[in-house]
Design a protein around this ligand. Sequence first.
Ligand code: HEC
Ligand code: HEC
Ligand code: HEC
Ligand code: HEC
Length: 437
Amino acid sequence: MNKLQKILVGIVAVCLLFFGFIVFRIAAAPKDDSVRLAKVPPEERLGTHAYRDAYPLQYNSYMKNNDLSPSPTGYGGAQAENSHLVEQPEMLENFKGYKFAIQYDDDRGHTYAGVDFKNSKRLPGQKGSCITCKGSYMYDVYFKESGWAYAAKPIDEIMAPIKDDEWIGCSSCHDPDTMALRVYQQSLVEALARKGIDIKEVSHNDMRGYVCGQCHSEYYFAKEDGRVVTPWDNGLTAEGQYQYYQSGKAGGFQYDWIHADSKAPMLKAQHPDYETWQDSVHADAGVTCVDCHMPYMRENGRKYTSHWMTSPLKTVEASCQKCHTESAETLTARVKTIHDNTFRIQRIAGQTVAKAHLTVRAAMEAGATDEQLAAAREQLREAQWYWDWVAAENGMGFHNPDKILRTLGLAVDKAHQAIETANAVVKGKLEIPAMGF
Ligand code: HEC
Ligand code: HEC
Ligand code: HEC
Ligand code: HEC
C-alpha cells in the first residue's frame, strides 16, 4: 500500500466506525417511549419517582419545577409568599365573605401542587371534588371504581391514601399504560363530548393544548353531586361563560357565595388560561402551551421535551426565538409592557367593582330593599365576573392581550352601571364611601 492508499483505508475505517456507532446508538435506544415504560412497575405508575431511571431527561427537567426563582418580568414567578391579597388589596373587599379573602397566593410549580393543596387555608370543609385537578388519582383509582361518587365525599377521607409523589405527575398528562398524551380529567372530556368532539379523535397538536386545559380552565362543582363541570357550552369567552351561568345550564349551582357587604350572589372565576389562549394570535398560528412552556431541549445530542413548566422567559431562546427573530431583551420587554398595561387596568377594574359593593351596601343602609337592589346586584355580579376572569387568569394579559383588555373594559363599564343603578334607587343621595387603596 502506498501512502495515498493508507490514507484512504484510514478514512474508510473512521467512517465505518462512525456510522457503526450511530447504527449501534439507534438500535440500542428504545424505539418508542412506551418500550421504556416496561421498566416502571405498573403498581407505581401514579407516582412520579418510579419514572426516574426509565426517563431521566424528562424526569430531571420535571424536578426543576422545584425551582423558586422569580420571573424576569417581575410578574407571576413561583414564590408562594406572593399574596394576591397583599398586592391587590381590593380583593379583600371583592371576595368578602368567601374563602379567597382568607388566602390567595400566586401559583408555583407542579411539584408543589400536593403540599400547597394540603396546607391551603381554604381547604377545611371541602369535598373530594377539589382533588380533581391535583393529579390522576381521582381518575385512575376513584373514577374507574365508581364514577363521580368521590366528589361528594369529605376531602380528608378522599386524600388520605394519596402518597406525596402521587399528586400532579407523569400520569396527569401521560397514559400510565402507554405513555401517550392523555386527558384524564373527565369534566373536559364531557364538555368536549357535549360539543360533539371525541377527545380520542383530536389532533396531536390540539392535545398539546388540551392536556394543559384539563386543569388550566374555568370550572364549577355541580350542586347535585359535586362533580366538576367545564362550562364551555356557550363559548370560551368571559361573556359566553357568564351567559352559561345565567341560562340555568348550571342546574342547582347559582352562586359561589353571597357577598358580605352588597349581598350580591357572586361567582368565583377559576384560571381560564386555556380559554384565554385558544383564540389568540399564537393559537391561530398553531402555537400551543407546550411550544412556549415545554420547549425542546438537547442534552448529549438527544432532543427531548423540557418538563419544567414555568415562565417561558427563563428559556427565551428555546421558547420564543425558534420563531421570533427579536432579541431576548426585546421579547421580555414586550411581555412586561403587556403585563404592566394589563395589571394597571385590572386594578382599576377591581377597585371600581369594590366601590360598587360598598355603594350597594350604602344603599341598603339608606333603606333600599332587596327588590329595589336586584338590578344593581346583578350588574355587580357580572362586573366582578369579568374582572375576576382576568385576575384569575395566569398570563397577566400576554396569552391574549386584546381579549383580556376587552374583558376588563366590560368589568369597568358594568361596575359603573351597578353604582349608578344603586345610587338611583336612593335618588342619588349616596355618599360613595372612600376605600383607601
Ligand atoms: C403537565 C403535563 C405533563 C406532565 C406532568 C408530564 N409530561 Fe411528559 N410530555 C408532556 C407533553 C405535552 C409532551 C410532548 C408530547 C408530544 O407533543 O408528543 C411530553 C413528552 C414526554 C415524552 C416523550 C419524549 C419527549 O421528550 O418529547 C416522555 C418520555 C415523557 N413526556 C415523560 C414524562 C415523565 C417521565 C413525566 C413525569 C416525570 C412526565 N412526562 C410528565 C406533558 C407532560
Ligand atoms: C393535573 C392538573 C394540571 C395539569 C394537567 C397542568 N397543570 Fe399547570 N398547574 C396546576 C396547578 C394545580 C398549579 C399550581 C400548583 C401550586 O401552586 O402548588 C399549576 C401551575 C402551573 C404553572 C405555574 C408555575 C410557576 O412557576 O408559577 C405553569 C406555568 C403551568 N402550571 C403550566 C402548565 C402547562 C403548560 C400544562 C400543560 C403541559 C399544565 N400546566 C398542566 C395544574 C395542572
Ligand atoms: C406564545 C407563548 C405562550 C403560550 C402559547 C402559552 N403561554 Fe403561558 N405564559 C407565557 C408567558 C410569556 C407568560 C408570562 C411569564 C412571565 O411573565 O414571566 C406565561 C404565563 C403563564 C402562567 C403563569 C406562570 C407564572 O409564573 O405564574 C401559566 C400558569 C401559563 N402561562 C399557562 C399556560 C397555558 C395553560 C397555556 C395554554 C392554554 C399557555 N400558558 C400558553 C407564554 C405562553
Ligand atoms: C412556534 C412559533 C412561535 C413561538 C414558539 C412563539 N411565537 Fe410569538 N408569535 C408567533 C406567530 C406566528 C405570531 C403572529 C405573528 C404575525 O402574525 O405576524 C406571534 C406573535 C407574537 C406577538 C404579537 C402578539 C399579538 O397579540 O399581536 C408577541 C408579542 C409574541 N409573539 C411574543 C412571543 C414570546 C414572548 C414567545 C415566547 C414566550 C413567543 N412569542 C413564542 C409564533 C411564535
